[in-house]
Design a protein around this ligand. Sequence first.
Ligand code: MG
Length: 310
Amino acid sequence: MDRRDFLKASVAGAGAIAGMSSLGSAASAAEEPAAAGEKPKATGVLKLCSQEGRIPGKSRKEKIENLLKWGAVGIEFGGMDLKGAEQAKKDCAEMGIGLAALCWGYFPFIDPDEEKRKKAVEDMKKALEVAAAAGSTGVICVPAFNNHPQLEFYEAKKVLLGLLPQIGEHAAKVGSRILMEPLNRGEARFLNQLAFGAQLCRDSKAEGICMMGDFYHMCIEEPNDEGAFLSAGKYCHHVHLASRRRDLPGQDQMKEPDKPERSFVDGFRGLKRIGFQDYCSLECGCQGDPMVEIPKSFQFLKKQWELAVV
Ligand code: MG
């Protein structure tokens, strides 16, 4: 889908312009994913996107111009305040680009200190309000990195499931969602696989509790990318893109010519099967000149998407 088609079809684009909730029908677009071997119930779309910091340009305007020129339809920002959210929403609407998730980071939901957990919930509620004001698709969060104090696994899971319903309720009330991000065990030992993220979403029984997948971490943790996205199903509302070595997709062979390129085909097949409607966003390094390499990587990804036949 090119930018013109996207703007015609996109709930996010229409929402940003009309001031509607950016979540739109995305939350319900993938009601129940098709099982492997079944025909997908909805058609997934590849909406290319990038974190703002990955894109060259002296200003936000220049960065967005580059993204649009290269066929992307969304941009991902980091955590911000309410004023920043209003500005980001205005900038994106004026330039005709979708505003993807806000990559916020660590919220100490599984810290042994109850006071810190309570504050984490309050901080997340504020972040959700900012995400809603920006018209973004949600708040990316990690319950603990390995260097953070954290409860033992089963206790952490129990405590987190105790907190998620009130967070999810607030998210739904303000028109946003949280996006828990599974990371590889070297970075964060609590949440590594998409299936576990989906289990947390399901067991929280709260509309605003969702998750995402990151191809770099999935390469380390998942036995099968397609299966991982099928497990994530309707809870998956964002994707991070990176190569096996965490460079641009398609760049692995620049570092290791003797190893196969990280393939996105299986994962993209999974996204098609679940009717994925959200953004696939670059979060990675770059070998060489980004002005040359990023458009090449987007072309590579479009071809991988075509190869993912369901
Ligand atoms: Mg990531």
